[in-house]
Design a protein around this ligand. Structure first.
Ligand code: ATP
Length: 350
């Protein structure tokens, strides 16, 4: 049983706050992703769980036991880093076996354990090679096997795919997902890549400047982002956000007029996703009427973008749609597809 609890966890270096008041219970066997831009405190949070960084204030418990004062080696966690940290003069077999030797695991079991871990990451044919004779993806798989071989209760992974090229990232990502399912261990995974987060996570924690912005399933954070930061961080492209004003149930901004907005008069940030809006057809009256700034062929669709208040606003059109840059396009954005955020705090208001 490896439920992990963070209770009022803070990390400070002098007056600088790295992580502020982090509270979360991570369920046994859950795949949790910490997501956010560089410097938001993801790695620090994970390092505190691993015991590589002291907790300034608050408590961390693993399997019901407070671990604040436990050495990393006594926490039953395995870490996989972005830099594979393999031993260059050991071959793959020896690298995978290393944690078993260090921990004094019965040597008669080593061979079976190493082979099983190597099989899981499809490395059996590479056991005699040195790290320098492997590709980046293969090295990352050795690092994964070395974490697996310990049979930990908790896996901590810090951007394990970031050194791989785009194609390898996708296949290794699928392998990690499959492994975590097969091994049924609690996994905490750090990334700044929202697609990785969405595809891997049971739940995602979105962080900004040391503060948790939202915790939820990938669907939750995509469908109901808690604020403009989450809305603009999740999704490809990110949610369109338009600053404007409501007046008598009518939202208006540059090139934009949306009626039926059931909110009090005043400033508002209105959001919608590119795939929820559409180009007006057959005399339909759109809510945004603006010149096309750019269009991008995506293969299965065309992304049409206009500029509103200096920001790009995009709509996904049918792949056969063709128009000229500068031509006025009419985009249907009824209020029913819109998200509403407070203009001052950015918090979701409906
Ligand atoms: P990245 O994606 O770039 O790895 P991150 O979200 O993992 O970023 P952290 O490494 O957790 O960010 O760092 C959070 C903040 O704490 C950053 O502003 C960083 O500069 C600061 N920080 C990290 N370690 C220390 C330290 N030892 N002393 C002072 N500040 C630190």
């Amino acid at each position: 049983m490896a439920e992990i609890q963070l209770r009022n966890v803070h990390k400070r270096w002098g007056s600088f706050v790295g992580v502020e008041d982090f509270n979360l219970t991570i369920a046994d066997r859950e795949f949790l992703v910490l997501l956010g831009p560089s410097g938001c405190g993801k790695t620090t949070t994970m390092r505190m769980i691993a015991g590589l960084e002291d907790v300034t204030e608050g408590e961390i418990a693993i399997g019901g036991k407070v671990v604040n004062n436990l050495e990393p080696k006594d926490r039953d966690v395995s870490m996989v880093f972005q830099s594979y940290a393999l031993y260059p003069n050991m071959n793959v077999y020896e690298n995978i076996r290393f944690p078993l030797k260090v921990r004094g695991v019965d040597p008669t079991t080593h061979d079976e354990k190493v082979m099983r871990a190597a099989d899981m990451v499809e490395l059996r044919d590479f056991l005699h090679r040195k790290p320098a004779e492997l590709s980046g993806g293969q090295r990352q798989r050795v690092a994964l096997a070395r974490a697996i071989v310990r049979e930990p209760n908790v896996f901590l992974m810090d951007e394990p795919l970031s050194n791989l090229d785009a194609k390898l990232r996708v296949s290794t990502r699928a392998q990690i997902k499959n492994l975590s399912h097969e091994l049924a261990v609690t996994t905490i995974y750090v990334t700044h890549d929202q697609i990785e987060a969405m595809t891997l996570a049971d739940r995602v924690v979105v962080m900004k400047a040391g503060i948790v912005q939202q915790v939820g399933s990938p669907t939750d954070i995509y469908d109901t982002p808690a604020n403009t930061f989450v809305a603009s961080f999740i999704g490809s492209p990110a949610m369109n956000l338009i600053e404007g004003e409501v007046n008598g149930g009518m939202f208006h901004s540059e090139h934009t007029l949306i009626d039926g907005v059931n909110l009090p008069d005043g400033k508002l940030v209105l959001g919608f996703r590119a795939e929820d809006a559409w180009i007006a057809q057959d005399g339909e009256a759109g809510q945004i009427n603006a010149p096309i700034y750019t269009q991008e062929l995506l293969g299965d669709a065309v992304m049409i973008s206009v500029r509103i208040g200096g920001a790009l606003v995009s709509v996904k059109a049918d792949k056969t749609y063709r128009a000229e840059i500068g031509e006025t396009v009419s985009i249907c954005v009824p209020d029913t597809i819109c998200h509403h955020f407070a203009a001052d705090t950015g918090a979701r208001i409906g």
